[in-house]
Write a protein that binds this ligand. Structure first.
Ligand code: GTP
Ligand code: MG
Length: 451
């Protein structure tokens, strides 16, 4: 038998008085052990109180995956608060879905595809989709108004609604501040805001979607959609995933999975402060503050005021952007924009003491593009034609380039930690998050010791 078992087994032939003495000794030992545990816990709490709050800033161009990283962080370190927000994300997902379908209908009505070449004479199936899916415009209006309740001009319920006249797939955005989550959960009822929608309307939107789900599936499978793609209309959009899963997502009983939530797109406007109380890891109970910024060019001027005092800066560079242009300036390549931004961030004196973490993100989309035969070297002139057109080679190239920029332009010597990521894959992200957490804590410890 092991000697490590506590309490040890009673000796053989123990008398009653020996037993009583042994039990008393064990009781006393347990009391002392509990006291030591309590003292250690008290010491830990005191240390926590005096440790500076952990502040992390996420930077990168629009659609680089910053908000998705915040969701990953919450899912991994604060799972119950992630779970509590499921309902709010359902509304975002439903809006992503309704907008994308409305966009498909708009594109179909403006091309010859649906009518087999005869413009103005849509075929019967297409007319049926237009008619049967027309309630989705109402869904879009309700959910837009609801999610943008606080401030966005997008919320205004115009006659035509935002779905009707559009040349590109529309974005859903919410101004900084997390009020929309509370609103969707119904906590803000009774507020005076005139934009606030009746929560019953959100249920109406769900019922409409449920009634439309079979038609959405049929539309997506219809020859007209295939024809659109053949004609070169780019339907690769984040919301595509929700249309592909429409029978599940539009169902009245639908509850989003973590994978769905990571795919939901809500453009950040301004700066959002996320206060996360750690539920796992040794920092349980500690509050970490994460700042998520809007990545569009017009938003970047407001970033600098958040640079001071951050412990870590996480920069996201979406590698798949090498053959794309910025939505806000079609003359600029997305990868070049990311590199320029990285250069600026590296040079910043205010961030000179922060831990730098670089995430080369969207590795899955990069892989899909390279496998489809799109050549990285056709878009990036410094990438030699003879180099392999693979994720491994391309990411190694980007890593080297960005590490060099960091080395040359940092105001003072600083460590840089680089990861190749796919932010919609929570299993892969778990290892990255753990490593990021370790690095941030170690660097914080260094700084506290040096001070
Ligand atoms: N396939 C794929 N999609 C991703 C990845 N990372 C993020 N996305 C998706 O890309 C979209 C944009 O991501 P966001 O996190 O909203 O981007 P952002 O950087 O916060 O963008 P802004 O708020 O506009 O600055 C979302 O729909 C994500 O689900 C990835 O690694 N792979
Ligand atoms: Mg964002």
């Amino acid at each position: 038998m092991s000697n490590n078992v506590w309490p040890p087994p009673p000796p053989k032939n123990e008398s009653e008085s020996e037993k009583a003495a042994r039990l008393a000794a064990e009781k006393e030992a347990k009391k002392i052990s509990d006291e030591i545990d309590r003292a250690l816990e008290h010491e830990r709490q005191e240390l926590r109180k005096h440790r500076p709050q952990t502040k992390i800033l996420l930077l990168g161009q629009a659609e680089s995956g910053k908000s998705t990283m915040i969701k990953n962080f919450q899912l991994y370190f604060c799972p119950s608060s992630f779970q509590a927000e499921t309902e709010a994300w359902r509304a975002v997902i439903h809006l992503n879905l309704a907008r994308f379908v409305n966009y498909l209908l708009y594109v179909l009505s403006n091309t010859n595809v649906a009518s087999g070449g005869k413009k103005g004479d849509p075929n019967k199936d297409y007319r049926m989709f237009q008619m049967r899916l027309s309630p989705l415009k109402q869904v879009e209006l309700i959910l837009t108004r609801c999610l943008s309740a606080e401030s966005s001009p997008m919320a205004s319920p115009t006659d035509d609604g935002p779905a009707l006249r559009r040349e590109t797939i529309p974005e859903v955005s919410v101004r900084g501040g997390m009020g929309w989550k509370a609103f969707i959960r119904g906590r803000r009822r009774g507020s005076q805001s005139r934009m606030m929608a009746n929560p019953e309307e959100v249920n109406d939107a769900r019922r409409i979607l449920d009634a439309c789900k079979e038609d959405i599936v049929a539309l997506w499978k219809s020859p007209a959609i295939h024809a659109l793609e053949k004609e070169g209309v780019d339907l690769h959009h984040h919301a595509r995933y929700f249309v592909e899963h429409a029978s599940r997502v539009a169902d009245l009983k639908y509850s989003p999975t973590p994978d769905d939530i990571l795919r939901a797109r809500l453009r950040t406007v301004g700066v959002e402060e996320h206060r996360m109380v750690m539920e796992t890891a040794a920092e349980k109970g500690e509050e970490w503050v994460l700042y998520d910024v809007g990545g569009q060019r017009s938003q970047r001027a407001s970033w600098a005021s958040y640079f001071e005092d951050v412990n870590a800066m996480i920069f996201l560079c979406p590698m798949s952007g090498f053959n794309q242009r910025l939505a806000e300036d079609r003359s600029v390549n997305r990868l070049y924009d990311s590199m320029e931004l990285w250069d600026t961030v590296c040079r910043s004196r205010l961030l000179s003491k922060a831990t730098f973490i670089l995430l080369l993100n969207k590795a899955d989309l990069l892989r899909a593009k390279l496998r489809a035969g799109i050549r990285f070297s056709d878009y990036v002139k410094n990438y030699d034609q003879d180099q392999p057109n693979t994720v491994e080679a391309v990411s190694a190239y980007l890593r080297k380039e960005m590490m060099e920029i960091h080395r040359v332009y940092s105001p003072r010597k600083r460590q840089l930690h680089v990861h190749i990521t796919c932010a919609i894959d929570p299993t892969l992200m778990a290892a990255v998050l753990n490593s990021m957490r370790d690095v941030i804590l170690v660097e914080m410890l260094h700084q506290t010791t040096l001070l």
